[in-house]
Design a protein around this ligand. Sequence first.
Ligand code: 4AD
Ligand code: MG
Length: 433
Amino acid sequence: QEIPTIQIIDASKYVGQTVKIGAWLRQKRGSGKISFLQLRDGTAFFQAVVVKADVSEQLFERSKGLKQETSMYVTGEIHEDTRSSFGFEMAVSDIEIIGESHDYPITPKEHGTDFLFDERHLYLRHLKPFATLKIRNTLVAASYEFFNQEGFTKLDAPFLTGSAAEGTTDLFETDYFGESAFLAQTGQLYAEAGAMAFGKVFTFGPAFRAEKSKTRRHLTEFWMIEPEMAFTHQEESLVVQEHYIAFLIEKVLEKNDQELDILERDKDLLRSYTQLPYPRVSYDDAIKLLQDNDFDVEWGVDFGSPEETFLANHFAKPIFIINYPKAIKAFYMKRHPTRDDIVISADLLAPEGYGEIIGGSEREDNYDLLKARIEEQKLDMAEYEWYLDLRRYGSVPHSGFGLGLERMVTFVTGEEHIREAIPFPRMINRLRP
Ligand code: 4AD
Ligand code: MG
């Protein structure tokens, strides 16, 4: 009978059978009589046991000589193992070494963060990055699922652009056959064109911002999901946003139990964030609340991390701060019908110090007002003519928002720093590997 080659994740289906698994050695320990091999294959982590009395002298010696990250095929019988969190282990009957590994740099001892990210191409193999990026994958898949089921069309926005949409200060400029181009800060303006063609669209792609800020929430390259909806006002958009966030959290709770355990994330706390609705707090009220709690803030300021942390923690769940001052928000946000100093916008702030995970707004749909805003901000009008066309030809109320994927990953996983939330982080001081 031929021995099946399986993946670790499927071990439970093969209890009592002999199987073969392609795996890497994470760690090993043992004595003169037994070796315990901690293995991983990209689907899960488990232990294989080599008992000296049950195998040839040669195989036992081979198992003792294995080095960290050596790749191999291990063959053996699957047993239930109630002591391990995975629940199964293998009694090894053969080991075939595939790729040797010598002096693997990430040893079981503690390493500094800089070192681990210098070795990110290898660090990906380790427990915490594995768990975090598996959850990221769930969030990506669940985003497609959510927007597909809600009738959105995925519309790809370009990454090389001629214009700035989120302020002109943090643009990455590049040479484009003799003229200058910018790496996209957002796909939004293109999503708006898409919404006028398809009703409801979403983009998903990298966004680039030459952020000079070294914070635990900022990357220079991050991924953003940007839904845009025609015939939609802000309040309707907020309902979509909170359902989307609750859907994402539910999917992670459903699909990533093991990963949340690895990361020691409090699942009950996460589950509490699926309770809707999320509070809507006006910017005006947020300022008052902050002042009442001894924050030195005045109407008109943008919130920093301490303010955002306080506000969301005050409600112990994600909250929308709505209708920010016009002066601190982007040119495309819709004027308030009765107040000239605020725009119809909303940021979703996550609790526990994770801060803004979504930025969104209703869009200025009036041609003259939008044109005036472009002029006010001294943007190059010629670059926005196509965008103004969307208001020239059948303009409608429309709203949209952008979820920062890595901010969401950081929040859901409970990680301290956003660099953990992306395979190869790009920050002011990191371009490699
Ligand atoms: O608030 P932002 O700048 O909004 C936009 O870009 C809009 N065009 C979105 C839209 O309405 N379609 O960015 C949206 C989100 C933020 O809430 C945050 O989660 C994330 O993108 N983000 C960043 N994530 C990591 N690093 C950075 N430097 C980020 N800047 C924004
Ligand atoms: Mg924002």
